[in-house]
Design a protein around this ligand. Sequence first.
Ligand SMILES: *Cc1c(COP(=O)(O)O)cnc(C)c1O
Length: 382
Amino acid sequence: MNKRIYLCLAHMSGREMDFIQEAFDTNWVVPLGPNVNGFEEDLSRFLGGEHPVVALSAGTAAIHLALIQLGVQAGDEVICQSFTFCASANPVAYLGATSVFVDSEADTWNMCPVLLDKAIQDRIAQTGKKPKAIIPVHLYGMPAKMDEINAIAAKYEIPVLEDAAEALGSKYKGRLCGTLGTFGALSFNGNKMITTSGGGALVCPSEEAKRKTMFYATQAREPFPYYQHEEIGYNYRMSNISAGIGRGQMTILDEHIAHHRRVHALYKEGLADVKGIELKCKPSDDFDSNYWLCTILIDQEVTGFDYEELRVYLDGEGIETRPLWKPMHLQPVFAQNPCYVNGTSERLFNQGLCIPAGPCVTDEDVAYIVERIKGRVERGKA
Ligand SMILES: *Cc1c(COP(=O)(O)O)cnc(C)c1O
């Protein structure tokens, strides 16, 4: 096999160029415009129609603007899942606030509710005030234990910002991720479930919150004929061109999700009896993952090699893989942040690999990847 198999490539429906052409034909080559409105409506409809959505320049921007609306200010603390991509936590720092990192549980790999409760109690005891928000993440598309997390959040009256950047289309107990907290953040970066070449969206609790989000995303301009500003704003709106890509992508979102799940099912079958290699699967039907990326854990005691050896080997065989997210509490930049850990995310980080998934991965690709992994395991320590 000569072609290289990538982790998760963007895949176009063919409709994207129509929407972009329309933008050029009507000279809407600007931020905002009909594609932005259309994309926001598509997203809102996909999410069940009850939540207004604002399209933004990035998922990171969505998290930032949600935190502002939740009242996060300099000196505040925000609880954030440690096992995640840095974009969950960076916006907390933009605001001069501090992320308090909470480790994962083993079922979903997401925020551990038991540790969350303990962390909140301890922060209140140590600082005399409550954290301002809780950011659970649906890592690799697997929904977090939202009922438990929301119950704790309600007990302490702390709002929840769902980082659903990797979980578009995932469902928790039949309800779509992104709609389960006060705000939900989505990402359309190049390798996510759908792409706008770069972009994100904030799922809002009300029309009022949508209006506020748009206000902050357009430099906090007040409604005057001249430019009047009473607060600090940002330039975070999505361009009408990017949104055209997004509208095209929405026409195949369901197919993308089905394909990600199909790839996962094929891996499950193929890797079922491979000793020392465990494919991550949903802990129960309550957690309907979109399987954005498929992940495996390598038991070195059994295989005789670790994730890095396997990564280098597969790379040589034309297969791109990647270690799991390095937990935030182990990142040098967050070394001073408070953290509540149980060893789970560190153990996963030291054992796991993401393997190729997504619309560009064919059945033959999966068969080839499975065969390579199997072959390497059979050779053992050699
Ligand atoms: C991709 C991602 C983001 C940020 O999205 P961008 O659009 O890249 O800014 C946030 N959180 C997680 C977990 C992500 O994977």
